[in-house]
Design a protein around this ligand. Structure first.
Ligand code: HSE
Length: 447
């Protein structure tokens, strides 16, 4: 039998007690907000929130937060097993200790708040099932979009809508890198180092630049928006590591900017889930979202487009989202409301949507081929595209080096991914095309 905690309504003014696992970037942002905004929160909620414990392996680093004596501990079980703690906040990250400790806290009847998008996207089915079984709330506002309240917007504000699509920039580090590469012509590796120093990047930055972090976030958003199970493995994922200054310059010449987009679109009973660098018309609002900023469009059948913009990473914005979940759950505890797991939309009635295979997805495309500058090369390439039902919108060829490869850029009309891959394989087999030096970027916008 599941052990359910009987949470009686708190007496007036009795604090709701919080314990934090992980005192890194987000942990310290959360602690700072709880300490420095204590009175403000109490004024708004009508009762105090007390930060009782913070556990981390490294508690020596001074983070300049006025914590009470005995708050810091190196023993995570002092948080998960303390009968006095109502809400456990998991800010360790990753799929290892974070998962075990979160499940332990849930089994102990604690409500849980987390920013761990990787854990929710990849192991969320187990975690949400445990939260339901033990009758506790699971808050994850901080898992997507940093300080942007996108989880609340989707789960509550837009609850009346049928969602057509959700897409956006959900990785601050990649956006920061692309912005610096675009505006200052900086090299990829140098900008990545800067983003790490600013505390935006994941502990393993390949999660940022390889697209997995965006895919984790898209998994959570799509589940909320479309009532589909968490489907991380079905997200087509490509990162920004292959983007060169040359592609950024060609994009600009063609009137586009390159952004790492996470896209979930529903049509004809299926949802497409994809993360990849995307060329967008420069005059689109989302093209102007630069630096660490995130922006997410949600299109509801009833509302039309809605757009959410804000800081997608960093200690205080993400801490703000964590504290919003703490406040939400604390109000449930004090008001005696039932627990909430946030993924209510998963229970959406009606025929569940399937996932559209990437091969069937349609998009416009930008290709850059390194091709020898001699007669018939362009006609051969365009011939292969034509055979595969891919129609060309424009072509640019730059430079002239006798006997050497020059960049040949082709923009297409809408084509099917399956046909594009087939065509690319054939084009890379042409003797005039230099394999390994070509590039494909999907293009969004009006045809
Ligand atoms: N590494 C993430 C980002 C942090 O750059 O967006 C916020 O999830």
């Amino acid at each position: 039998m599941a052990k359910k905690q009987n949470r009686n309504i708190k007496e007036d003014k009795k604090p709701v007690k919080v314990g934090i696992l992980g005192f890194g970037t987000v942990g310290s942002g959360t602690a700072r907000i709880l300490v420095e905004n204590r009175e403000l929160l109490e004024g708004r909620l009508g009762f105090p929130i007390a930060l009782k414990k913070i556990a981390d392996l490294n508690i020596r680093k001074d983070r300049g937060i006025a914590l009470g004596k005995g708050v810091l501990t190196t023993d995570a079980l002092q948080v998960t097993d303390d009968p006095d703690i109502d809400i456990v906040v998991e800010l360790i990250g990753g799929l290892g200790a974070a998962k075990e400790l979160m499940l332990r806290a849930i089994r102990n009847g604690k409500h849980v708040v987390t920013a761990n998008k990787a854990l929710l996207a990849e192991r969320g089915r187990e975690i949400f099932a445990a939260a339901r079984k033990y009758g506790v709330s699971l808050g994850f506002e901080a898992s997507v979009g940093g300080g942007i309240p996108i989880i609340k917007a989707l789960g509550e504000g837009l609850i009346a809508n049928r969602i057509n699509y959700v897409y956006g920039i959900v990785n601050g580090t990649s956006n920061y890198i692309l912005t610096k590469m675009t505006d200052e012509g900086m090299e990829f590796s140098k900008v990545l180092k800067e983003a790490q120093e600013l505390g935006y990047a994941e502990a393993d930055p390949t999660l940022d630049v390889g697209g997995a972090d965006s895919a984790h976030k898209l998994t959570i958003l799509a589940s909320l928006a479309f009532g589909i199970p968490l489907s991380y493995k079905s997200v087509y994922t490509e990162g920004i590591t292959g983007i060169t200054p040359a592609d950024i310059a060609f994009a600009s010449e063609l009137g586009f900017k390159i952004k790492l987009l996470a896209i979930a679109k529903a049509a004809d009973g299926q949802v497409e889930l994809r993360v990849h660098p995307t060329m967008l018309p420069k005059d689109y609002l989302i093209s102007k979202v630069d630096g660490v900023m995130n922006a997410i469009y949600v299109n509801g059948r009833e509302t039309g487009d809605t757009l959410y913009y804000g800081r997608g990473a960093g200690d205080m914005p993400t801490g703000s989202a964590v504290v919003s979940d703490i406040a939400d759950i604390a109000q449930r505890i004090t008001g005696g409301a039932p627990p909430k797991s946030g993924l209510a939309a998963v229970k959406t009635a009606g025929t569940p949507l399937g996932i559209r295979p990437m091969d069937e997805v349609e998009s416009m495309y930008y290709f850059r081929f390194a091709a020898l500058d001699r007669p018939k090369v362009l006609s051969r390439i365009s011939g292969v595209l034509g055979e595969n039902n891919i129609s060309i919108a424009s072509v640019i060829q730059k430079g002239r080096k006798e006997g050497e490869a020059v960049p040949l850029v082709i923009l297409t009309h809408k084509a099917k991914e399956k046909n594009v891959r087939k065509a690319i394989r054939k084009i890379e087999g042409l003797r005039a095309v230099v394999t390994g030096k070509n590039c494909l970027i999907r293009v969004e916008g009006e045809e």
